[in-house]
Design a protein around this ligand. Structure first.
Ligand code: SF4
Length: 478
């Protein structure tokens, strides 16, 4: 433990974040940074080529090949998966990943393997993600893994190279923010709504420089899938890290996974993980409290996740905003989104529905959407796809018959991958097209140049598919 870590440890009252951080300090520096040991690294086809090239140019070996796990997810198509990839960029990216992982002795999960899927879905599924671990990936939504009490965050290509070569990163400790969610979610309100409501309240910069810990009765009541949805979007509030203290829900998930500790190691792990929760007297730099029972289903109307409102609201008027910067920002969002102030959100018609992504592509998400879709039909003119987050989610959903619910309603049922979350795999919007999406980003062009993204929960996206417009899912609940 380094000097700074020792000082903090002696002060008592440590947070979950500090406990995991302190346990991984290799050495501390006078400038306030620490060298942190990285336990695990998830690798995918987009962010890794430069890192592998850097290693090769310096002729450096990997420090610990079994600490890495690789899968191709961003660029791979989610249809015609049984066919070889057509010649092009995706094929080259996947080939390169296969070559690099072979050369360096890294585990690679092939595209047709039953363990394949989005990197942030398969890590937890396999038990590669563990409480108390440090975990990184060249993707900002690595915060997802914090749902297990891991200190997990996205890194850039040069940091990937550093982790490959040294298994460490030199980092500065973040401030700590606690988001306490009290009360219980009302029917028709999903975890995604909690996160969108939080971002609408604190802004996309609200978490900058902080590690967020989610706590409170509403969090304890959430399944692991919901906890992952929350932590996944911590980065959309500006926080690189989102964490939840491990509890029985976490252990039940983790110890059912193939890579989880077993035998004596399981007992030791349980003992160590129980001590990770923030101490009762831990001090946070910022505290935010939400009441889950006051949250309604949410829909984003603009081009940041903070531009979100309850589905019952109307589009805000930039003219009523006194801050000129915010006024200009709102006007720009409305122009891109093709919306007028004063319009009811429920009057907005959609062209596409995308249910999937590392935010909402898990089994619970598909179950929630299927409950709304069952016995109904997708509205004429709407194209709707369901893309499970992993092959394992897909199989489990099929075992429950969810694929039939979706296909009988007129949805396409796809293979696992990032799909329409990011316009780099053949699934994208055309200019001006509007999508009800369960993904995490609604920036300009995120789903295709000129495409208009409205973020919402799987249940809300399912309701939009049926009616062809933004819909309050509570009106469709049976
Ligand atoms: S689903 Fe979207 S956010 Fe998640 S890893 Fe893929 S591209 Fe990134």
């Amino acid at each position: 433990m380094g000097q700074d870590a020792s000082r903090r440890a002696n002060q008592g009252g440590r947070t979950l974040y500090d406990k995991v951080w302190d346990a991984h300090v290799v050495r501390s520096y006078d400038d306030g940074t620490d060298l942190i040991y990285i336990d695990r690294h998830l690798v995918h086809e987009i962010s890794s080529p430069q890192a592998f090239s850097g290693l090769d140019m310096a002729d450096r070996p990997l420090r610990r090949p079994n600490a890495h796990l690789a899968v191709a997810d961003h660029a791979v198509p989610t249809h015609s998966r049984h066919l070889p990839l057509p010649p092009g960029q995706a094929a080259r990216q996947v080939e390169r990943l296969i070559g690099n992982t072979r050369k360096h002795g890294i585990r690679y999960i092939p595209m047709n393997d039953p363990r394949h899927g989005i990197v942030h879905v398969i890590g937890p599924e396999l038990g590669f993600t563990l409480p108390g671990a440090t975990l990184v990936c060249g993707d900002s939504h690595t915060s997802t893994h914090g749902a297990f009490g891991a200190l997990a965050f996205g890194i850039g290509s040069s940091e990937c190279e550093c982790v490959f070569a040294t298994q460490t990163l030199r980092l500065r400790r973040q401030k700590r923010m606690r988001v306490t969610v009290k009360g219980a979610l009302k029917p028709g309100v999903a975890v995604k709504d909690v996160m969108l409501a939080l971002i609408a309240r604190i802004g996309v910069g609200g978490g900058v420089g902080h590690a967020i810990e989610f706590a409170g009765p509403a969090i304890s009541a959430m399944a692991m899938e919901g906890r992952m949805t929350l932590c996944n979007m911590a980065i959309e509030a500006g926080a690189r890290v989102g964490m939840i203290a491990p509890d029985k829900v976490t252990y039940d998930w983790v110890f059912a996974r193939p890579l989880a500790p077993q035998g004596d190691n399981e007992a030791a792990a349980r003992y160590a993980w129980r001590a990770l929760a923030s101490d009762a007297d831990a001090v946070f730099d910022r505290e935010v409290t939400l009441d889950a029972s006051e949250i309604a289903p949410q829909v984003s109307w603009g081009t940041t996740p903070a531009e979100t409102l309850p589905v019952t609201a109307t589009i805000p008027d930039p003219a009523s905003e006194s801050d000129p910067v915010r006024r200009a920002r709102m006007a720009s969002s409305l122009a891109y989104m093709g919306l007028r102030p004063g319009m009811a959100l429920r009057d907005i018609a959609i062209d596409h529905v995308f249910i999937g992504s590392c935010t909402n592509g898990r089994l619970d998400d598909l179950r929630g959407a299927a409950r709304i879709v069952e016995g109904r039909r997708v509205a004429p003119g709407v194209s709707a796809i369901v893309v499970p987050g992993s092959a394992s989610v897909r199989l489990a959903a099929e075992a429950e018959g969810l694929h039939r619910v979706f296909t009988e309603a007129g949805f396409e049922w796809r293979a696992a991958g990032c799909s329409m979350c990011v316009a780099m795999n053949g699934d994208s919007l055309k200019p001006g097209e509007r999508c009800a999406s369960t993904s995490n980003r609604n920036f300009e062009g995120r789903q295709g140049q000129g495409g208009r993204t409205h973020l919402m929960s799987p249940e809300m996206a399912a309701a939009a598919a049926i009616t062809g417009r933004m819909t309050d899912v509570r009106e469709m609940m049976r």
